[in-house]
Design a protein around this ligand. Structure first.
Ligand code: SAM
Ligand code: DTB
Ligand code: SF4
Length: 321
């Protein structure tokens, strides 16, 4: 593939074939390109730290094939009540004390009910008052809800496209791709920062991974934050036992996200606990510059903060202040 085909201007949309061509580059060439792009927009030795908290766990009516919180899967996690604002503030204070700059609150909802929005707004306000960036992920939003969250002090809304439009129906049947794009448009319209990414390792093809990246890169403007999750296989979910993705293909996905979304924070997200330090280091070299930090994601494990600090140190990197 010659360079002209791989070149991309700011205005033209990424075609899936162009993104596939990036995936197909020799590994060293791909890493070099990703690192070059990365260095023209970011300090390559700085990593942003976001801590997650599940503010409403389990009992979700959706059927996402990867998710342990769907009530439709046999060994789903317990359906719990929403946390109290004071519990959330305590967790955010602890996250801030360990060095996180952003606090992300997730709820296992298809979409938030109006009556649920008030306590979430209180949480956002209280976390913001600690001097942290705030993010929530609550499912699909109706008109006006993003504006309410914005008025409470919300900085980011996370809503993932998860996979390519073509593979999507194999993973989720209870909402469609357009529903997700509509929520992302509402988030953008309200003046919030967009956090939008996906999951790989769900048995998708490389073309599907390229399709996901093309969708993300063609959002206009591009998302400020792009979480790339490696599927965490949870027993009892439909995707448990799916063939595992080669870790180097995960690194390639990070590199392609970096090249196509040069100014976005690309987050090396779920799946780090199952990854060695060497693969994580390659992800940073490929242009990842954010991680989830703290021993838990939403319901599954994540490396201990002390281990992550040791890794960041070992690589001569430093957390974004
Ligand atoms: N319920 C809301 C929704 O789906 O929009 C918000 C929370 S949901 C758990 C947020 C994201 O977590 C999903 O879009 C998916 O990308 C990711 N996720 C969930 N389970 C995962 C798993 N087992 N492995 C990797 N990522 C996962
Ligand atoms: C995202 O892309 N990944 C996070 C966050 N956004 C909300 C969630 C990962 C969840 C992993 C499975 C779990 O812990 O339940
Ligand atoms: Fe529900 Fe979100 Fe899990 Fe899907 S990913 S089952 S919407 S909590």
């Amino acid at each position: 593939m010659n360079d002209a085909v791989l070149e991309q201007t700011a205005v033209a949309a990424w075609r899936v074939a162009q993104v596939e061509a990036l995936f197909a580059l020799p590994f060293n060439d791909l890493m070099y390109r990703a690192q070059t792009v990365h260095r023209s927009h970011f300090d390559p030795n700085v990593v942003q730290l976001s801590t997650l908290l599940s503010i409403k766990t389990g009992g979700c009516p959706e059927d996402c094939g990867y998710c342990p919180q769907s009530a439709r899967h046999p060994s789903a996690v317990e359906n719990e009540a929403m946390l109290q604002v004071a519990e959330v503030v305590a967790a955010a204070e602890a996250a801030k004390a360990t060095g996180a700059t952003r606090f992300c609150m997730g709820a296992a909802w298809r979409s938030p009910k109006e009556r649920d929005l008030l306590p979430v707004m209180e949480m956002v306000k209280a976390v913001k008052a600690l001097g942290m960036e705030t993010c929530v992920t609550l499912g699909m939003l109706a008109d006006g809800q993003a504006e309410k969250l914005k008025s409470a002090g919300l900085d980011y809304y996370n809503h993932n496209l998860d996979t390519s439009p073509e593979f999507y129906g194999d993973i989720i049947t209870t909402r469609d791709y357009q529903d997700r794009l509509d929520t992302l448009a509402r988030v953008r319209h309200a003046g919030l920062n967009v956090c939008c990414g996906g999951i790989v390792g769900m048995g998708e093809s490389r073309t599907s991974r390229a399709g996901l990246i093309a969708q993300l890169a063609n959002l206009d403007p591009q998302p400020e934050s792009v979480p790339i999750n490696m599927l965490v296989q949870v027993e009892g979910t439909p995707l448990y036992g799916v063939e595992e993705l080669d870790p180097l293909e995960f690194v390639r996905t990070i590199a392609v996200a970096r090249i196509t979304m040069p100014k976005s924070f690309v987050r090396l997200s779920a799946g780090r606990q199952e990854m060695g330090e060497a693969i994580q280091a390659l992800c940073f070299l490929a242009g990842a510059n954010s991680i989830f930090y703290g021993e838990k994601l939403l319901t599954t494990g994540n490396p201990e903060a002390t281990r992550d600090r040791a890794l960041i140190d070992k690589l001569g990197m430093r957390p974004l202040a």
